[in-house]
Structure formats: C-alpha cells, structure tokens
Design a protein around this ligand. Structure first.
Ligand code: SAM
Length: 268
C-alpha cells in the first residue's frame, strides 16, 4: 500500500483548496458543497456520475451509507446532501481524510459525514452495518478484487447494495503512465467488467448490468472546458495532473478502458 499512499500524498491540501476558492472570488462563509465539485469528486464525470450512481440506489434519510476510498469526500457529501442521510467515508490516504473532514465543516455537512483512515480490504465496521456501500474509482488500486468484494459485502445489510463506479479494462494494450490513480504500472490493477462481476458473485452479491458512462463523461468534460470550475483536480494532484489526465484521456479514446458502473445486490 506504501506506493499507493505515495502517489496520492499531498501537503497543506485544505489550505490550498480554500486559498484557491478565495482567489476565485468565493466567500468561504457561504460556500456550498457544489463549489467544491471541481476538486472533491475525483472520478470521471464528477458530480454527474455520483448523481447517476445515486439514482440507481433506493436510499432515504434513515439510510446508512459507506463510501470506500472516499478521497476528500465529494461523493459522500453529494449523497448526504441529496438524500439527507448519514455517510461514513474511509480512505487509505491520511491527508485526504483530514481534508474531507475539514471541507464538510466548511460547507456545514459535518453532522452528516464522518471520514476516517482505513483500508478497503479490512474495514473496521461490523457485519451488515450499511444499507449501501459505494466505491468510486478505487478498485484500480486494489489487486485482489475477490477479497475486496468479500469485505464490501460483509459490511452491507442483506437487501442492501454494493455500488461500484470504476475505470475498467476493455482493450488489450498497455496504458501510458502516470494516470490519475497510479504513477506507474506497479500500483495499477485494472480489471474487466467480467472480472468485477465474477468477484461480486464470489462474494455472494448479485451484479446488475455493467453500465458504460463514457457519454456522460464526455458531456461533463465538454461542460467543464466551456465553464472551468474555480478549483480543479490539479489543485488536488499537483503539477503532474495534466500528464495523468492526458494519458487517461488517450486510453479512453483508444477504448482501452471504460468508466463503468456495476451495482451488486446483497440478497435478503
Ligand atoms: C481516484 S481517488 C477517488 C476518490 C473518491 N472515491 C472520489 O471519487 O472522489 C482513489 C482513492 O482511493 C483510495 N484508495 C486506494 N486504495 C485504497 C484502499 N486499499 N483502501 C482505501 N482507500 C484506498 C486513495 O487513497 C484515493 O483517495
């Protein structure tokens, strides 16, 4: 895991994001969750992709949701504010967790979200604690998909869901590195939609159809190019971001990878 941490590690992240917002003319006292969406939804399609995932889940204000590999907490805040439910987030990267908690305080969602450090492969939650477990763009860093889904299924209630939105392998050529999730091939563990479905089945989950979100991703990229947000992922990932994103975009254009959503139901 050391190298995964190394790839994502940043310093003074909260301060840098808030400074950038002030520089862009935002008043920190009246900041809304949507003002952070350019930087805190660290997956293709950003907030629109989180909304799309959420629309497939049957959640209400009493639901408990776990966001695995939550990053700096954007998807968790989107779910908490849309549904009015409580969301826990877990991430390997300590500074992301600190920033996730800081940003929830800044936008007044800290009563609904709690973020802590942890590993998706050994969660510190009891069995059947959550109505839904969501995981966005994290599985690409985890080699053992069967162990991963066994752990996600364990903490999901019977009748609940494990909802995954990852970059999955659909072609058979090597990618160029760095990419947003890895500095080199040693920490990149891409798998096909069929591999994900097999791992879900092995964990006792019933996978629904694989949904390719490429069209949604392309339309959000167009919208962002026309109307760039004040804060963006270069403020999260630093000066290498354009190279990382350029390599990912080339892999998408060459149909080597696809942004794919699969929802697994845990039978009652
Ligand atoms: C591309 S970011 C996505 C963050 C977030 N899900 C989002 O969509 O905004 C991948 C995240 O997965 C986390 N991660 C990678 N491997 C992990 C593991 N084994 N357990 C928990 N988090 C992990 C990284 O620290 C990073 O924050």
């Amino acid at each position: 895991m050391g190298d995964v941490n190394e790839h994502y590690r940043q310093t003074a992240l909260t301060e840098r994001i808030l400074q950038e917002l002030v520089r862009g003319g935002r008043d920190l006292g009246s900041l809304q969750p949507g003002d952070l969406a350019g930087v805190d939804e660290f997956h293709l399609g950003g907030r629109a992709a989180t909304d799309a995932l959420l629309s497939s889940l049957d959640l209400g204000p009493g639901s408990r949701v776990l966001d695995v590999g939550c990053g700096i907490g954007g998807a968790a805040r989107t779910i908490a504010s849309s549904v009015g439910c409580s969301v826990s987030g877990v991430d390997l990267t300590e500074e992301f967790v600190e920033t996730a908690n800081d940003l929830s305080v800044t936008v007044g969602l800290d009563d609904y979200t709690t973020f802590s450090t942890g590993n998706a492969l050994s969660l510190s939650f009891a069995e059947s604690e959550f109505d839904a477990v969501v995981m966005l763009h994290v599985g690409m860093n985890i080699a053992d998909k069967e162990a991963l889904f066994a752990e996600l299924a364990r903490v999901t209630k019977p009748g609940g869901y494990v909802a995954v939105y990852d970059i999955m392998l659909v072609g058979n050529r090597e990618l160029s590195y760095p990419v947003p999730w890895s500095s080199d091939a040693s920490t990149s563990h891409l798998a096909t939609p069929a591999d994900y479905r097999a791992a879900m089945l092995a964990a006792g989950l019933e996978p629904g159809e694989s949904v390719d979100r490429l069209e949604l991703v392309r339309s959000t990229l167009r919208a962002t190019a026309e109307n760039p947000p004040v804060v963006n992922l270069s403020h999260l990932m630093g000066v290498d971001w354009p190279t990382m994103f350029g390599n990912l975009r080339a892999a998408l254009d060459a149909s080597l990878v696809a942004p794919t959503q699969i929802i697994g139901a845990r039978p009652r």
